[in-house]
Design a protein around this ligand. Structure first.
Ligand code: PAF
Length: 450
């Protein structure tokens, strides 16, 4: 049964104060649920600046989510007019939740006496750390949509969750990030060259779990490709990439054009010293300067608190960390574990360019690293013997042309002495299968074996 109250504006219009119509979702699955919900309504009716207009009937729903097992919810939606600014209204709602017995802060997805969420605040879009309206998931929840319908809200005319916004212009992204920063949000950046796969998605999900807002970038950076490398054939599929970002909860995907990133008069490049001279740096001259330059540019444009990189490109991680420390970017560089196919092949955008035969051959990289890892677990600590062990496995695969196998100090990939006790070391391999170059690596230490 729909409950309706007469509108009492408490004179706010006469004082010339703006009044907005708000919709607030109510829920409870702990204690006397109905009592908690009714009491919240009574308390809101008594709150100066809030005039309750109507409330939907209660709906009983199962708990959905990844929290502990718990009882069914009683849900509904309330319509009110308010002269309270959004954050003041939010403060009132949080205080009512605590008054009902809810702990603050409340463990995520645990049973609760009272849950009060602002779904709509007039037509306003608010994107601050404390409050996002329209509520980002209102349209996915039947226990919100069906009470809203009951209250006469035309759902087709209401903005859906913002989803992942696609931006091509730097100015738009800067403005968006400025809004987030003004709202006190922790901003996470996931820089990529697109052709996104589960490895990228894992970075995005981690960023989502650790930050209030996530910005991903897709830019195939010409500066990090040398002459004759695969810049032109590098896989590109922005529409698919947008889908991966949506599914991972990315707030904005920034996909600039080459001229938007680097104006024609662009002339400043970041040099990255010893960390960039060997291994990938030796095979791909100028590669890491190109990476460091674009990452520095992205950091400057997007001002993230945290930036997420995959451990698959271990040398890139070392270079980015060095650059970040040297140039004083206040960004925490977060390393995320390699994601692998069931046969051990590390996920890479370049895997799609392997022929069927090369795809079958490519897991030899991981097998070689694992063989060295097994010898390490058995107690072998000699650098050259561990490298030889990996090389022997690689040599069994004729389609694999090895560029290098190296055992390096994990922290900075500095060379190890020949018979070093290789605690905290990383074994890295690079090899070509046809014209596709693949990288892989594993940590060799006492805690983490492959
Ligand atoms: O790892 C990559 O995809 C790229 O090197 C990066 C970090 C996005 C810079 O272009």
């Amino acid at each position: 049964m729909l409950m309706t109250w007469s509108i009492q504006q408490r004179g706010v219009r006469r004082l010339g104060i703006d009044v907005e119509t708000v919709y607030i979702a109510l829920g409870s699955n702990l204690g006397d649920r109905e009592e908690h919900l009714n009491r919240a309504i009574e308390r809101l009716k008594a709150t100066p600046g809030v005039a309750v207009v109507a409330c939907s009937s209660w709906l009983e729903t199962e708990f959905v989510g990844d929290g502990p097992e718990q009882g069914r919810f009683l849900n509904g939606v309330l319509k009110a007019n308010t002269s309270l600014p959004p954050l003041a209204l939010l403060g009132v709602l949080r205080a009512l939740e605590v008054e009902a017995g809810r702990r603050s802060p409340h463990p995520r997805n645990h049973p609760r006496e009272l849950d009060l969420d602002v779904i709509f605040y007039g037509d306003q879009e608010i994107d601050s750390r404390e409050l996002q309206v329209p509520h980002p998931r209102w349209h996915e929840r039947a226990f919100v949509t069906s009470p809203l319908r009951e209250l006469g809200v035309n759902l087709d005319q209401r903005p859906r969750a913002m989803g992942t916004r696609l931006a091509h212009e730097a100015a738009k992204v800067c403005e968006q990030v400025s809004d987030w920063l003004r709202g006190g949000c922790v901003v996470g950046l996931v820089p990529t060259m697109g052709s996104l796969h589960e490895g990228h998605a894992s970075l995005m999900r981690r960023a989502k779990a650790e930050c209030d807002r996530v910005l991903a970038t897709v830019f195939v950076n010409p500066l990090q490709f040398g002459p004759g490398e695969d810049f032109d054939t590098y896989p590109r599929d922005l529409e698919r990439d947008l889908g991966v970002c949506e599914a991972a909860g990315v707030d904005t995907l920034f996909a600039p054009s080459a001229s938007g990133m680097f104006a024609s008069e662009f002339a400043s490049h970041v040099g990255v010293g010893a960390a960039a001279a060997e291994m990938e740096g030796a095979v791909r001259e100028g590669h890491f300067s190109g990476v460091a330059t674009v990452v520095a540019r992205l950091f400057a444009m997007t001002r993230p608190h945290r930036a997420y990189f995959g451990e698959k490109d271990a040398q890139q991680l070392v270079v980015v960390r060095r650059m970040c420390a040297d140039l004083g970017f206040p960004v925490a560089v977060v390393a995320c574990p390699i994601v692998r196919e069931p046969d051990g092949l590390a996920l890479s955008s370049r895997n799609t360019r392997l022929t069927a035969e090369d795809r079958r051959a490519a897991p030899v990289l991981y097998r070689a690293l694992c063989a060295a890892g097994d010898r390490f677990k058995d107690g072998l600590r000699d650098r050259d013997l561990l490298v030889r062990c990996a090389q022997d496995v690689l040599a069994t695969e004729p389609r694999c042309a090895v560029d290098y196998v190296e055992l390096r100090r994990a922290r900075d990939l500095a060379p190890l002495a020949a018979a070093d006790a290789v605690c905290g070391a990383r074994m890295l391999v690079a090899a070509r299968f046809g014209d596709v170059r693949l990288l892989d690596n594993v940590a060799l230490n006492d805690e983490v074996a492959p």
